[in-house]
Design a protein around this ligand. Sequence first.
Ligand code: CUA
Length: 491
Amino acid sequence: MISKLPKYLALFSLVWVFIVSCSPQHQQSTFANAGPVAQQQSNLYYLMFWIAALIFVLVQGALIFALLNFRRREKPIPGSDFTVPDIPPKQVHGNTKLEIIWTIIPALILIVIAVPTVQTIYDTYQPPEDSDPLEVVAMGHQWWWEFRYPDEGIVTANELFIPTDRPVRITLQSQDVIHSFWVPQAAGKKDTVPGNTNVMWLQIDEPGNYSGQCAEFCGVAHARMRFRVIAEEETDFNTWMEAMKTPPKMDTSEGYGLFLAHCSMCHSIDSYNEGSYEKELTMQDERWDDWYFNQEESVRVSAPNLTHLGIRSMLAAGQKDMTKENLITWIKDPSEFKQGTRMQSVASVYKGGPAKLEDYEIEAIADYLLAQIPDGWGIAKTGVDAEEEVEAMVWNSAEEHGEYLFVNQGCAGCHSLNEEEVIVGPSMYGLYDRSGDKVPGLSAEEYIYQSIVYPNEYIVEGYPANVMPQIFINLSEEELQALVSYLKTIK
Ligand code: CUA
């Protein structure tokens, strides 16, 4: 008896697993329908389930009836210990009437199932004709989700904001391999296929968070490719949309510089700017091509857009809650939460291991990222304004100011100051002396100035385009002049 206990326990746990997987309370239950698409798909499922259940009962009932009533019996010979076997029943072969009946009945059942199935396929493919759907592009990446709002010019990642009571048309794409977009409570799964576009729609009626998950095996971190749908009432959704187009407070902290130096080649953070949508689409493709065609040497790869990261609720594609502690752990060693990230294998700051940064530097980056909140977001969300004083700094000279900017704007992360060393971009050593004759008609100062503001127009031979962040155009005229003054001194 004791030896059988583990077996019973195992069986019980197995049955238990099957039973709880049907619980409509679970956030990933397909029975907890949150909108019309899910409801229609569920109805179809229930119809098929009950038809199948009825057939099961009838067939099994007939089988059991036959087994019990027509089983072989041995008859005792009266007055002796011997028995004789039953006489075999009459053998029948072929019965036209029966065969027609059991061909017609299944055919009718299939027709009964086919009509609502085809109807559901059409209804759940495109939003209703007279509706005004929100357009979203969901792009699968190994191993995270990019969400684009083409009509609004917004790009974000892993958290899909949608309005309630309004259809959302989702265009499904993939940059690398086949993934599958699945929000169990809202709609059935549909694949994202590289080089091909699928379409689906969903709608959620109650505000709240809805769990999503990649549902097609797509590589080592497939199970960690989660996302979240945040359904909000229309006014809240519009607040979010406007906020995504609003810049955060100016930030010149050390974290900003470190971010620019180590993270900005792959992660965009300024999608509130005009024209950034088209730029991000191009950049994302270029980052991918960079990596795809030279996986050994590439220093960048497509990566989640981090604009306004501070208002997100999760990190690492849904692995953890967005807290400072988790963010620090994530930056320090992504494999703590998620094995196999491209971030860890590609970015120079990792190269496969933990971040080559001091603890205080990692904390500074985390602080900077968490401060990425649309200006006025606190007021819009809670009515409380968390105004902070920005310290005013005093400089003795333009060169000193420039040196500060060189370090704090992240230039130092990619450009060395000595002749031999190349970090990512060209060394700044002797820059002034060689800048005068680079472009006819431009003085050395003008050349340096222009190549900070429009880096892609002045790519030094042998270095890739689009690696240097194009955000220095946001520096003030005074800051740009200070940077140029400082760069002139590096000899
Ligand atoms: Cu993406 Cu599984």
